[in-house]
Design a protein around this ligand. Sequence first.
Ligand code: F6R
Length: 609
Amino acid sequence: MCGIVGAIAERDVTHILLEGLKRLEYRGYDSAGMAVVSSTSGIERIRSLGKVKELENLLNDENFTGSTGIAHTRWATHGKPSEQNAHPHVCNERVALVHNGTIENHEQLRANQENQFKFTSETDTEVIVHQVCSYLDSGKSLFEAVLAASKDLVGAYALGVVSRDNPDILLAACYGSPLVIGVGVGEYFIASDISALIPVTQQYIVLEDGDIAEITRQSLQIIDKDGKTVDRPIKISELSVESIGRGKYKHYMLKEIYEQPSSISQTLEGRIHNNLLIEETFGINAAEIFDKVKNVQIIACGTSYHAGLIAKYWFESIAGIRCNVEVASEFRYRDPVVIEDSLIVTISQSGETSDTIAALNEAKRLGFGKSLAVCNVPESSLVRNSDLVLMTRAGPEIGVASTKAFTTQLVALMQLVLVIGRRYKVTDSIESEILGHLKSLPRVLEEVLKLDSEIEALAEDFNDKHHALFLGRGSQYPVAMEGALKLKEISYIHAEAYPAGELKHGPLALVDESMPVIAVAPNNELMGKLKTNLHEVKARGGVLYVFADESMLIESEDNMKVIPIIAVHNSIAPIVYTVPLQLLSYYVARLKGTDIDQPRNLAKSVTVE
Ligand code: F6R
């Protein structure tokens, strides 16, 4: 999704802006732009379609410098990817503005403005810059103009604004779309994500919905939605330049796959005492909230939704409590029957997914009950809007395809299952046994990662394939779904997942020698039934790739390649079997030469509906 960077300093800021944009590339974008302002040259702007590298080339060619500026990466929502639609948008060479979010009443505002201003783009953003301009024309200051314009907007926005007449002011505002202010010495920065600013500062302030900030080199004033001057706390980011680098790895995705053992250790760190979970780590009032919970309502999107589906198996079979899971974009628009005293559990890597946030608000409005966010980003909107928080602590995930965020979500969710389950079926001995299995995960995953070169070789078989089927049963069905999602999003091979028992109810018709079928086969009570399903595939000439528990001693044979996986307890099997599927997708995509870390059309954090 779109990214914002801005800076006001004594020095040239163009390279800070450019570096910031590069650090936001992971969010997904199609064009980029930058504007600087000075008392001598007014507003200058460069924009380019495609990668930030193109913008960098322009920057070098044009001797473009300035000490106050804004920059943006755009992910098209209104209007196609093009240079004209790229931000910053400018009005009458007087104001330049970058925007994240979507403006729902842009058509109405455009209709009102069309007599007064010439439109040069198809974006919803352009109405904001014209609105600011028209308030400036009526005699308001830049701050007053941005404040007045923001009140006319319906929708979500994070804004960075500069003006020709005030080259020593940078304006920032947000509502429903995150924005932070980086604090330097005699300089300030803005960004949609603190990771963009890490090379220049680790100190930052999170703006709240409705805040507007007027920033000069020496001063910062924030006005909240009620017009009151507020002091927002300065925080210190734990990110380091190294933690957001690619290190020795060719892609962030591979780095993040390999980080899973250590990320999972972090998810468990400090939460267990005497082989039992410390309930207070879920929040000071967690016990009181958990005591009342009669139902768990999970809401999430994409990969995070798959984590929720696995958790449903765990909540019902291990904890013995009812659990519903729903895709956030569906939940928010239907009329669900309200189950009071539910715990609304949202799952999100970014904590900024617009559908998940809206669905949470809807569930609260309907009266489902208290909420808990399973999330990877401490300062995110979801975390701020939830009663309880369970951080996954995966560390920054840069690759668009979610990997370590997913497995750490599962580890966090299992912890939640166990503490809520204490009120139901979970005894101390069950809890400590499962915690023992969770604690073994870092070691187990190191073993699974040793399959790397075997899986790389296997990927060759998929290079000429256009479709693939993934099969699983029980809690491995969502693992199959996640495997299919990974393969399609980074290799662009069409992939579908089915519960293996559903095969003969339709999808079996697709099976022939050109349709690889990938099965995840841990050693559990459903194994016998899964074997029958695999025979059904073989009998139709299908080619099988089976990730199977090594203790079952299943041998490879004609049209069936078996990849043995270290034997593990059923409770952690979904986490373990996810990893080889991630590696498979990664290596298939690498053979296909796709843009693995930034797959086409996708964004890391989906902050628009
Ligand atoms: C897939 C992927 C997406 C996200 C989804 C939700 O690899 O990353 O499907 O899982 O967009 O994002 P979060 O978890 O940030 O809410």
